[in-house]
Ligand binder design. Structure first.
Ligand code: LRH
Ligand code: MN
Length: 433
Protein backbone atom coordinates (compact mmCIF):
# COMPACT_ATOMS: atom_id res chain seq x y z
CA UNK A 1 0.00 0.00 0.00
CA UNK A 2 1.52 3.32 -1.10
CA UNK A 3 1.23 5.88 1.71
CA UNK A 4 1.30 9.60 1.08
CA UNK A 5 3.94 10.48 3.60
CA UNK A 6 7.22 12.17 3.09
CA UNK A 7 10.06 9.71 3.75
CA UNK A 8 11.82 12.60 5.52
CA UNK A 9 9.07 12.82 8.13
CA UNK A 10 10.35 11.51 11.49
CA UNK A 11 6.96 10.02 12.36
CA UNK A 12 6.89 8.17 9.05
CA UNK A 13 10.33 6.75 9.71
CA UNK A 14 9.32 5.77 13.26
CA UNK A 15 6.19 4.05 11.93
CA UNK A 16 8.38 2.14 9.48
CA UNK A 17 10.91 1.15 12.16
CA UNK A 18 8.49 0.16 14.93
CA UNK A 19 7.52 -3.28 13.55
CA UNK A 20 11.18 -4.05 12.77
CA UNK A 21 12.72 -3.12 16.13
CA UNK A 22 12.34 -6.46 17.94
CA UNK A 23 13.86 -8.51 15.13
CA UNK A 24 16.75 -6.08 14.86
CA UNK A 25 17.33 -6.24 18.62
CA UNK A 26 17.45 -10.04 18.51
CA UNK A 27 19.86 -10.07 15.56
CA UNK A 28 22.02 -7.39 17.16
CA UNK A 29 22.30 -9.25 20.45
CA UNK A 30 23.16 -12.44 18.59
CA UNK A 31 25.93 -10.64 16.73
CA UNK A 32 27.11 -9.14 20.02
CA UNK A 33 27.70 -12.69 21.26
CA UNK A 34 29.51 -13.76 18.10
CA UNK A 35 31.85 -10.77 18.28
CA UNK A 36 32.34 -11.13 22.04
CA UNK A 37 33.77 -14.61 21.41
CA UNK A 38 36.33 -12.81 19.21
CA UNK A 39 37.01 -10.40 22.07
CA UNK A 40 35.35 -7.58 20.03
CA UNK A 41 32.94 -5.16 21.77
CA UNK A 42 30.12 -4.41 19.30
CA UNK A 43 29.25 -0.96 20.71
CA UNK A 44 32.37 0.99 19.61
CA UNK A 45 31.96 -0.54 16.14
CA UNK A 46 28.33 0.57 15.92
CA UNK A 47 29.34 4.04 17.13
CA UNK A 48 32.11 4.34 14.51
CA UNK A 49 29.74 3.15 11.80
CA UNK A 50 27.31 5.86 12.93
CA UNK A 51 29.91 8.50 12.09
CA UNK A 52 30.59 7.17 8.60
CA UNK A 53 29.54 9.58 5.86
CA UNK A 54 29.76 9.62 2.07
CA UNK A 55 28.83 12.44 -0.30
CA UNK A 56 26.15 12.07 -2.96
CA UNK A 57 27.02 13.07 -6.54
CA UNK A 58 24.37 15.59 -7.63
CA UNK A 59 24.63 14.09 -11.12
CA UNK A 60 23.70 10.70 -9.70
CA UNK A 61 20.14 11.50 -8.57
CA UNK A 62 18.96 11.72 -12.17
CA UNK A 63 18.95 8.69 -14.45
CA UNK A 64 22.32 8.12 -16.15
CA UNK A 65 23.02 6.79 -19.59
CA UNK A 66 25.64 5.71 -22.03
CA UNK A 67 26.74 7.10 -25.39
CA UNK A 68 24.03 4.98 -26.92
CA UNK A 69 21.03 6.15 -24.93
CA UNK A 70 19.60 7.40 -21.67
CA UNK A 71 16.20 6.12 -20.53
CA UNK A 72 14.89 8.74 -18.09
CA UNK A 73 12.78 7.39 -15.23
CA UNK A 74 9.65 8.98 -13.73
CA UNK A 75 10.04 12.14 -11.65
CA UNK A 76 13.54 13.11 -12.79
CA UNK A 77 14.93 16.10 -10.90
CA UNK A 78 14.99 19.10 -13.28
CA UNK A 79 17.12 21.51 -11.24
CA UNK A 80 19.77 21.52 -8.54
CA UNK A 81 16.98 22.40 -6.08
CA UNK A 82 15.01 19.24 -6.97
CA UNK A 83 18.26 17.24 -6.81
CA UNK A 84 18.76 18.56 -3.27
CA UNK A 85 15.28 17.34 -2.25
CA UNK A 86 16.12 13.85 -3.50
CA UNK A 87 19.50 13.97 -1.72
CA UNK A 88 17.74 14.74 1.56
CA UNK A 89 15.50 11.69 1.09
CA UNK A 90 18.64 9.56 0.61
CA UNK A 91 20.23 11.00 3.75
CA UNK A 92 17.12 10.62 5.91
CA UNK A 93 16.72 6.96 4.92
CA UNK A 94 20.42 5.93 5.00
CA UNK A 95 21.66 8.32 7.69
CA UNK A 96 25.04 8.29 5.94
CA UNK A 97 24.96 10.94 3.17
CA UNK A 98 24.97 14.41 4.82
CA UNK A 99 26.74 16.14 1.94
CA UNK A 100 26.31 16.65 -1.79
CA UNK A 101 29.05 17.03 -4.39
CA UNK A 102 27.97 19.48 -7.09
CA UNK A 103 29.05 19.53 -10.73
CA UNK A 104 29.36 22.81 -12.62
CA UNK A 105 27.83 23.99 -14.87
CA UNK A 106 25.32 21.10 -14.64
CA UNK A 107 24.22 22.51 -11.22
CA UNK A 108 24.55 26.21 -12.10
CA UNK A 109 21.93 28.44 -10.43
CA UNK A 110 21.44 32.19 -10.15
CA UNK A 111 20.15 31.68 -6.60
CA UNK A 112 23.21 30.41 -4.71
CA UNK A 113 21.92 32.04 -1.51
CA UNK A 114 18.59 30.22 -1.87
CA UNK A 115 20.43 26.98 -2.51
CA UNK A 116 22.50 27.41 0.65
CA UNK A 117 19.38 28.24 2.68
CA UNK A 118 17.48 25.21 1.37
CA UNK A 119 20.47 22.96 2.01
CA UNK A 120 20.59 24.17 5.60
CA UNK A 121 16.87 23.51 5.99
CA UNK A 122 17.47 19.98 4.68
CA UNK A 123 20.51 19.59 6.99
CA UNK A 124 22.73 18.99 3.95
CA UNK A 125 26.22 20.34 3.34
CA UNK A 126 28.40 20.48 0.25
CA UNK A 127 31.49 18.35 -0.35
CA UNK A 128 33.94 18.91 -3.22
CA UNK A 129 32.72 20.84 -6.26
CA UNK A 130 33.51 19.33 -9.66
CA UNK A 131 34.54 21.44 -12.63
CA UNK A 132 33.72 20.47 -16.22
CA UNK A 133 36.07 21.20 -19.08
CA UNK A 134 35.21 17.97 -20.88
CA UNK A 135 32.11 19.42 -22.61
CA UNK A 136 31.58 22.61 -24.61
CA UNK A 137 28.87 24.89 -23.26
CA UNK A 138 26.61 27.00 -25.48
CA UNK A 139 28.26 30.23 -26.66
CA UNK A 140 31.61 29.06 -25.23
CA UNK A 141 34.36 31.04 -27.09
CA UNK A 142 36.82 28.12 -27.43
CA UNK A 143 36.15 24.38 -27.83
CA UNK A 144 37.66 21.70 -25.62
CA UNK A 145 37.75 19.24 -28.53
CA UNK A 146 41.52 19.02 -28.35
CA UNK A 147 41.84 19.53 -24.63
CA UNK A 148 41.34 22.05 -21.90
CA UNK A 149 44.03 22.73 -19.26
CA UNK A 150 46.58 21.06 -21.56
CA UNK A 151 45.35 22.47 -24.89
CA UNK A 152 48.18 23.74 -27.12
CA UNK A 153 46.37 27.12 -27.40
CA UNK A 154 46.97 29.32 -24.32
CA UNK A 155 43.53 30.99 -24.77
CA UNK A 156 41.78 27.64 -24.38
CA UNK A 157 43.85 26.79 -21.29
CA UNK A 158 43.00 30.22 -19.85
CA UNK A 159 39.27 29.61 -20.48
CA UNK A 160 39.49 26.30 -18.60
CA UNK A 161 41.43 27.89 -15.74
CA UNK A 162 38.81 30.65 -15.39
CA UNK A 163 36.04 28.03 -15.20
CA UNK A 164 37.83 26.29 -12.34
CA UNK A 165 38.27 29.60 -10.51
CA UNK A 166 34.50 30.15 -10.88
CA UNK A 167 33.89 26.70 -9.38
CA UNK A 168 36.00 27.65 -6.36
CA UNK A 169 33.92 30.82 -5.88
CA UNK A 170 30.64 28.88 -6.09
CA UNK A 171 32.00 26.31 -3.66
CA UNK A 172 33.09 29.00 -1.22
CA UNK A 173 29.56 30.50 -1.29
CA UNK A 174 28.13 27.08 -0.41
CA UNK A 175 30.67 26.09 2.25
CA UNK A 176 32.58 23.52 0.23
CA UNK A 177 36.35 23.19 0.86
CA UNK A 178 37.59 21.20 -2.09
CA UNK A 179 37.72 21.25 -5.89
CA UNK A 180 37.77 17.95 -7.76
CA UNK A 181 39.75 18.35 -10.95
CA UNK A 182 39.11 15.69 -13.58
CA UNK A 183 39.97 16.47 -17.21
CA UNK A 184 39.50 14.16 -20.18
CA UNK A 185 42.49 15.68 -22.00
CA UNK A 186 44.55 13.22 -24.02
CA UNK A 187 44.96 11.71 -27.48
CA UNK A 188 43.33 9.12 -29.71
CA UNK A 189 46.36 8.58 -31.91
CA UNK A 190 50.06 8.01 -31.15
CA UNK A 191 51.79 11.25 -32.12
CA UNK A 192 48.65 13.36 -31.69
CA UNK A 193 49.87 14.90 -28.40
CA UNK A 194 53.44 15.38 -27.08
CA UNK A 195 53.25 13.30 -23.92
CA UNK A 196 55.78 15.33 -21.91
CA UNK A 197 54.67 18.80 -23.04
CA UNK A 198 51.02 17.84 -22.41
CA UNK A 199 51.86 17.06 -18.78
CA UNK A 200 53.93 20.26 -18.45
CA UNK A 201 50.99 22.32 -19.72
CA UNK A 202 48.79 20.55 -17.17
CA UNK A 203 51.15 21.51 -14.33
CA UNK A 204 51.35 25.11 -15.58
CA UNK A 205 47.55 25.48 -15.74
CA UNK A 206 46.87 23.59 -12.50
CA UNK A 207 49.38 25.80 -10.68
CA UNK A 208 47.20 28.84 -11.45
CA UNK A 209 44.14 27.05 -10.06
CA UNK A 210 46.16 25.86 -7.04
CA UNK A 211 47.30 29.42 -6.32
CA UNK A 212 43.63 30.52 -6.15
CA UNK A 213 42.67 27.91 -3.53
CA UNK A 214 41.46 29.46 -0.25
CA UNK A 215 43.72 28.55 2.73
CA UNK A 216 41.53 25.69 4.01
CA UNK A 217 40.79 24.19 0.58
CA UNK A 218 42.17 21.07 -1.11
CA UNK A 219 42.62 20.29 -4.79
CA UNK A 220 41.60 16.70 -5.56
CA UNK A 221 43.29 15.42 -8.72
CA UNK A 222 41.33 12.58 -10.33
CA UNK A 223 43.21 10.23 -12.65
CA UNK A 224 41.57 8.06 -15.30
CA UNK A 225 43.08 5.45 -17.62
CA UNK A 226 41.01 6.27 -20.69
CA UNK A 227 37.74 7.82 -22.08
CA UNK A 228 37.11 10.16 -23.66
CA UNK A 229 40.68 9.76 -24.92
CA UNK A 230 41.39 6.28 -26.17
CA UNK A 231 45.20 6.22 -26.72
CA UNK A 232 46.71 8.42 -23.98
CA UNK A 233 45.25 10.50 -21.11
CA UNK A 234 47.31 13.30 -19.56
CA UNK A 235 46.46 12.27 -15.96
CA UNK A 236 46.17 8.57 -16.79
CA UNK A 237 47.16 6.88 -13.55
CA UNK A 238 47.94 7.39 -9.89
CA UNK A 239 51.59 7.99 -10.71
CA UNK A 240 50.82 11.01 -12.89
CA UNK A 241 48.33 12.23 -10.30
CA UNK A 242 50.83 11.87 -7.44
CA UNK A 243 53.59 13.61 -9.43
CA UNK A 244 51.21 16.47 -10.13
CA UNK A 245 50.09 16.73 -6.49
CA UNK A 246 53.67 16.70 -5.21
CA UNK A 247 54.67 19.31 -7.80
CA UNK A 248 51.72 21.63 -7.03
CA UNK A 249 51.99 21.78 -3.26
CA UNK A 250 50.69 20.53 0.12
CA UNK A 251 47.02 21.33 -0.63
CA UNK A 252 46.98 19.03 -3.68
CA UNK A 253 45.87 15.44 -3.22
CA UNK A 254 44.96 12.40 -5.31
CA UNK A 255 41.35 11.23 -5.75
CA UNK A 256 40.79 7.56 -6.56
CA UNK A 257 37.75 6.80 -8.73
CA UNK A 258 37.45 3.02 -8.50
CA UNK A 259 36.30 2.72 -12.13
CA UNK A 260 39.28 4.56 -13.60
CA UNK A 261 41.64 1.59 -13.70
CA UNK A 262 42.20 -1.35 -15.98
CA UNK A 263 40.33 -4.52 -14.89
CA UNK A 264 42.20 -6.40 -12.10
CA UNK A 265 44.35 -3.46 -11.11
CA UNK A 266 45.04 -3.76 -7.36
CA UNK A 267 43.32 -0.55 -6.23
CA UNK A 268 43.85 -1.21 -2.50
CA UNK A 269 47.60 -1.25 -3.24
CA UNK A 270 47.25 2.18 -4.90
CA UNK A 271 45.40 3.37 -1.79
CA UNK A 272 48.21 2.05 0.43
CA UNK A 273 50.80 3.92 -1.65
CA UNK A 274 48.86 7.20 -1.63
CA UNK A 275 48.41 6.87 2.14
CA UNK A 276 52.19 6.36 2.42
CA UNK A 277 52.76 9.48 0.32
CA UNK A 278 50.27 11.37 2.55
CA UNK A 279 48.40 12.36 -0.62
CA UNK A 280 45.20 10.35 -0.45
CA UNK A 281 42.57 13.07 -0.83
CA UNK A 282 39.40 11.15 -1.58
CA UNK A 283 37.40 8.58 -3.44
CA UNK A 284 34.74 8.30 -6.10
CA UNK A 285 33.17 5.02 -5.12
CA UNK A 286 31.40 2.82 -7.68
CA UNK A 287 31.91 -0.64 -9.14
CA UNK A 288 32.78 -1.99 -12.58
CA UNK A 289 33.39 -5.13 -14.61
CA UNK A 290 35.21 -3.76 -17.62
CA UNK A 291 35.69 0.02 -17.93
CA UNK A 292 34.40 3.13 -16.17
CA UNK A 293 31.02 1.43 -15.81
CA UNK A 294 29.95 3.57 -12.81
CA UNK A 295 27.89 0.70 -11.40
CA UNK A 296 26.56 0.67 -7.83
CA UNK A 297 29.25 0.36 -5.17
CA UNK A 298 29.70 -3.18 -3.96
CA UNK A 299 27.36 -4.56 -6.62
CA UNK A 300 30.05 -6.47 -8.55
CA UNK A 301 33.02 -7.00 -6.21
CA UNK A 302 32.21 -6.23 -2.54
CA UNK A 303 35.46 -7.95 -1.46
CA UNK A 304 37.51 -5.31 -3.32
CA UNK A 305 35.53 -2.57 -1.57
CA UNK A 306 36.27 -4.27 1.76
CA UNK A 307 39.98 -4.45 0.93
CA UNK A 308 40.04 -0.71 0.22
CA UNK A 309 38.40 0.08 3.56
CA UNK A 310 40.76 -2.40 5.17
CA UNK A 311 43.66 -0.19 4.03
CA UNK A 312 41.95 2.92 5.41
CA UNK A 313 41.15 1.34 8.79
CA UNK A 314 44.66 -0.12 8.98
CA UNK A 315 46.17 3.33 8.31
CA UNK A 316 44.01 4.81 11.08
CA UNK A 317 45.06 1.92 13.37
CA UNK A 318 48.71 2.76 12.55
CA UNK A 319 47.82 6.41 13.37
CA UNK A 320 48.93 7.73 9.97
CA UNK A 321 48.79 11.51 10.48
CA UNK A 322 46.41 13.81 8.57
CA UNK A 323 44.50 11.01 6.82
CA UNK A 324 40.96 12.32 6.06
CA UNK A 325 39.94 11.32 2.56
CA UNK A 326 36.63 12.67 1.16
CA UNK A 327 34.30 9.78 0.55
CA UNK A 328 32.07 10.45 -2.46
CA UNK A 329 29.95 8.28 -4.69
CA UNK A 330 30.26 8.66 -8.46
CA UNK A 331 27.81 6.38 -10.20
CA UNK A 332 25.51 6.31 -13.22
CA UNK A 333 22.10 4.81 -12.55
CA UNK A 334 20.90 3.69 -15.97
CA UNK A 335 18.34 1.02 -15.04
CA UNK A 336 17.43 1.57 -11.35
CA UNK A 337 15.71 4.31 -9.35
CA UNK A 338 18.71 6.56 -8.57
CA UNK A 339 17.49 7.13 -5.01
CA UNK A 340 17.35 3.39 -4.34
CA UNK A 341 20.79 2.86 -5.87
CA UNK A 342 22.37 5.69 -3.87
CA UNK A 343 20.77 4.55 -0.60
CA UNK A 344 21.93 0.98 -1.25
CA UNK A 345 25.43 2.12 -2.23
CA UNK A 346 25.75 4.20 0.95
CA UNK A 347 24.75 1.10 2.92
CA UNK A 348 27.30 -1.05 1.03
CA UNK A 349 30.11 1.40 1.77
CA UNK A 350 29.12 1.42 5.43
CA UNK A 351 29.11 -2.39 5.35
CA UNK A 352 32.66 -2.53 3.96
CA UNK A 353 33.80 -0.06 6.62
CA UNK A 354 32.11 -2.03 9.44
CA UNK A 355 33.68 -5.29 8.23
CA UNK A 356 37.11 -3.61 8.09
CA UNK A 357 36.62 -2.52 11.72
CA UNK A 358 36.23 -6.20 12.68
CA UNK A 359 39.68 -7.23 11.46
CA UNK A 360 41.85 -8.41 14.39
CA UNK A 361 44.86 -6.34 13.31
CA UNK A 362 47.21 -7.50 16.07
CA UNK A 363 46.53 -11.13 15.15
CA UNK A 364 46.81 -10.35 11.43
CA UNK A 365 50.19 -8.66 11.95
CA UNK A 366 51.39 -11.68 13.92
CA UNK A 367 50.42 -14.08 11.12
CA UNK A 368 52.02 -11.72 8.56
CA UNK A 369 55.25 -11.48 10.53
CA UNK A 370 55.34 -15.27 10.92
CA UNK A 371 54.48 -15.78 7.23
CA UNK A 372 51.54 -17.89 8.26
CA UNK A 373 49.94 -17.13 4.92
CA UNK A 374 46.74 -19.07 5.32
CA UNK A 375 45.92 -17.79 8.80
CA UNK A 376 46.68 -14.22 7.67
CA UNK A 377 44.23 -14.60 4.76
CA UNK A 378 41.69 -16.29 7.02
CA UNK A 379 41.92 -13.55 9.64
CA UNK A 380 41.07 -10.94 7.00
CA UNK A 381 38.36 -13.06 5.37
CA UNK A 382 36.64 -13.74 8.72
CA UNK A 383 35.86 -10.03 9.03
CA UNK A 384 34.57 -9.87 5.45
CA UNK A 385 32.31 -12.89 5.92
CA UNK A 386 30.74 -11.49 9.11
CA UNK A 387 27.15 -10.36 8.54
CA UNK A 388 27.31 -6.85 9.95
CA UNK A 389 23.73 -6.07 8.86
CA UNK A 390 22.48 -5.67 12.47
CA UNK A 391 25.26 -3.15 13.22
CA UNK A 392 24.38 -1.10 10.12
CA UNK A 393 20.66 -1.13 10.93
CA UNK A 394 21.25 -0.28 14.61
CA UNK A 395 23.50 2.62 13.61
CA UNK A 396 20.76 3.89 11.29
CA UNK A 397 18.14 3.48 14.01
CA UNK A 398 20.34 5.38 16.48
CA UNK A 399 20.45 8.29 14.01
CA UNK A 400 16.70 8.34 13.32
CA UNK A 401 17.19 6.75 9.89
CA UNK A 402 15.36 3.69 8.55
CA UNK A 403 16.03 0.14 9.66
CA UNK A 404 14.91 -0.93 6.14
CA UNK A 405 15.63 2.14 3.98
CA UNK A 406 14.47 0.70 0.65
CA UNK A 407 11.29 -0.74 2.21
CA UNK A 408 10.54 2.66 3.74
CA UNK A 409 11.27 4.49 0.50
CA UNK A 410 8.92 2.27 -1.50
CA UNK A 411 6.27 2.53 1.20
CA UNK A 412 6.47 6.35 1.07
CA UNK A 413 5.37 6.71 -2.56
CA UNK A 414 7.95 9.49 -2.97
CA UNK A 415 8.86 8.52 -6.57
CA UNK A 416 5.20 8.44 -7.62
CA UNK A 417 4.68 11.92 -6.17
CA UNK A 418 7.78 13.15 -8.00
CA UNK A 419 6.44 11.70 -11.24
CA UNK A 420 3.24 13.68 -10.77
CA UNK A 421 5.03 16.88 -9.73
CA UNK A 422 7.84 16.75 -12.29
CA UNK A 423 6.45 16.22 -15.80
CA UNK A 424 8.96 14.34 -17.96
CA UNK A 425 10.93 16.28 -20.55
CA UNK A 426 9.86 14.91 -23.99
CA UNK A 427 13.38 14.72 -25.38
CA UNK A 428 15.54 11.75 -26.41
CA UNK A 429 19.08 11.97 -25.09
CA UNK A 430 22.24 9.97 -24.47
CA UNK A 431 25.27 10.46 -22.29
CA UNK A 432 25.79 10.13 -18.55
CA UNK A 433 23.34 12.94 -17.51
C1 LRH B 1 34.93 11.00 -15.08
C2 LRH B 1 34.21 11.16 -13.75
C3 LRH B 1 34.49 12.47 -13.05
C4 LRH B 1 33.23 13.27 -13.18
C5 LRH B 1 32.43 12.55 -14.16
C6 LRH B 1 30.96 12.71 -14.00
O1 LRH B 1 34.70 9.74 -15.59
O2 LRH B 1 34.46 10.07 -12.96
O3 LRH B 1 34.65 12.28 -11.69
O4 LRH B 1 33.41 14.58 -13.41
O5 LRH B 1 32.82 11.21 -14.03
MN1 MN C 1 34.73 10.26 -10.84
Amino acid sequence: MITKSDPRDAEFIEAQNAPRRDALHADYEALRMVLARRRIDIEPVTQAVGWFAVAIPSWGVGTGGTRFARFPGPGEPRSVFEKLEDCSVIHTLSGATPTVSLHLPWDRTDDLKGLKVRANELKLGFDAVNSNTFQDQLRQPFSYKYGSLTHTDKAVRQQAIVHNLECIQVGQALGSTALTLWIGDGANFPGQQHLARGFERYLESAAVIYAALPPDWRLLIEHKMYEPAFYATVIQDWGSSLMAAQSLGPKAFCLVDLGHHAPNVNIEMIVARLVHARRLGGFHFNDSMYGDDDLDSGSIDPFRLFLIFNELVDAAWRKVPGLSPSHMLDQSHNVTDPIESLVTSAVELTRAYAQALLVDRALLSEHQDNNDVLMAAQTLKQAFTTDVGPILARARLNKGAAIDPIGAYRESGYRLRCALARPAALTRSSGIV
